[in-house]
Design a binder for this molecule. Structure first.
Ligand code: NAP
Length: 288
């Protein structure tokens, strides 16, 4: 039996799986499109032929796919859900606190324990002290999964307790700080560009804000094709902030405004590019 199953080998899921493998964990991986399993096969990692055998192979199921609806659609089939009793599902796909509650209720009804997770870091940080990973939900699940989950950071994996909403709530709050930096960086760069001042001067001005420096550097270098999370993934995470606002009856005015920029970028085909491509939607339309 493997110690952990990883479902989803996108940019983040593959970083989690690679790190678990490097740290000596016995893992089995599965991804919807088979091509993403090939690099793992070459590393000697077990790759499941189908989802049911992936889920059956270990007691801890780590899920990192696009959202909770996809996770539910994957696992909530008679053949897969029948294998989940006694297992711990750890969901690190992004979602809302309400998604976490619904997922936990569903897992409990099947006799599984549930941990909701949030990764406040990029793929390159996984396994390092930069990888803040928050978990909330069943204590027993955390005890079982802890030896594996601890490998994903360096003293930076934190269990927040039984309130399953906590990891997602803090994730959304943290994400909001990133969106604030995005819009600050693009408008600040626009000011510089419009007045013939180098964006490198802006970078020099904000030594106390490494995030703005990093985003402004992308604009300065025009390196919009390099990214560790796509503009699409950032745009989808913003929907969770909007949903949480509506569910909790707090104003969504700020995320709605930022969401408008993301929608325009997505419509213009920029989904698979660096999030700083957002600056391009601020350009006035070119005359015909
Ligand atoms: P990604 O590179 O776009 O990968 C998406 C993954 O989800 C792929 O493995 C994809 O499978 C799978 N998937 C999508 N829809 C599916 C479905 N209906 N059934 C089964 N699998 C499905 O995204 P990512 O960057 O790895 O992000 C994954 C999750 O981690 C997201 O919730 C994201 O918000 C979260 N996250 C990402 C980062 C980051 O920096 N990248 C940071 C924190 C949290 P295919 O290969 O078959 O399409």
């Amino acid at each position: 039996m493997a110690s952990i199953t990883v479902l989803g080998l996108g940019l983040m899921g593959s970083a989690l799986a690679r790190t678990l493998h490097k740290r000596g964990q016995q893992l089995i991986v599965w991804n919807r499109s088979k091509a993403k399993m090939q690099p793992f096969e070459k590393l000697g990692v077990s790759c499941a032929d189908d989802l049911r055998s992936a889920v059956s192979a270990s007691r801890v199921i780590l899920v990192c796919i696009d959202n909770y609806a996809s996770t539910r659609a994957l696992l909530d089939t008679p053949e897969v859900s029948a294998t989940l009793a006694g297992k711990t599902i750890v969901q690190v796909s992004s979602g809302t606190p309400k998604d976490a509650v619904v997922a936990a209720d569903w897992a409990h009804a099947l006799g599984a324990t549930y941990l909701d997770g949030a990764i406040l870091a990029g793929p390159k940080d996984i396994g390092t002290d930069e990888a803040t990973i928050l978990l909330s939900g069943d204590d027993a699940g955390f005890t079982l999964a802890r030896p594996m989950l601890d490998c994903l950071g360096d003293g930076t994996v934190r269990y927040l307790g039984a309130n399953v909403r906590a990891a997602s709530a803090l994730d959304l709050a943290w994400l909001m700080s990133r969106y604030g930096n995005f819009i600050a960086a693009i408008h600040a760069a626009k000011i510089c560009q419009s007045e013939d001042v180098g964006v490198d001067e802006l970078i020099r001005l904000v030594p106390d804000n490494v995030a703005i420096q990093r985003y402004a550097q992308v604009i300065h270098d025009q390196s919009f094709d390099k990214f560790t999370a796509s503009l699409r993934v950032w745009g989808e995470a913003l929907h969770h902030i909007q949903d949480q606002g509506r569910q909790a009856d707090i104003s969504t005015e700020i995320p709605d405004f930022i969401g408008g920029l993301f929608n325009r970028a997505m419509s213009a085909g920029m989904g698979e590019s660096n999030v700083m491509s957002l600056i391009k939607v601020l350009d006035p339309p070119k005359p015909e």
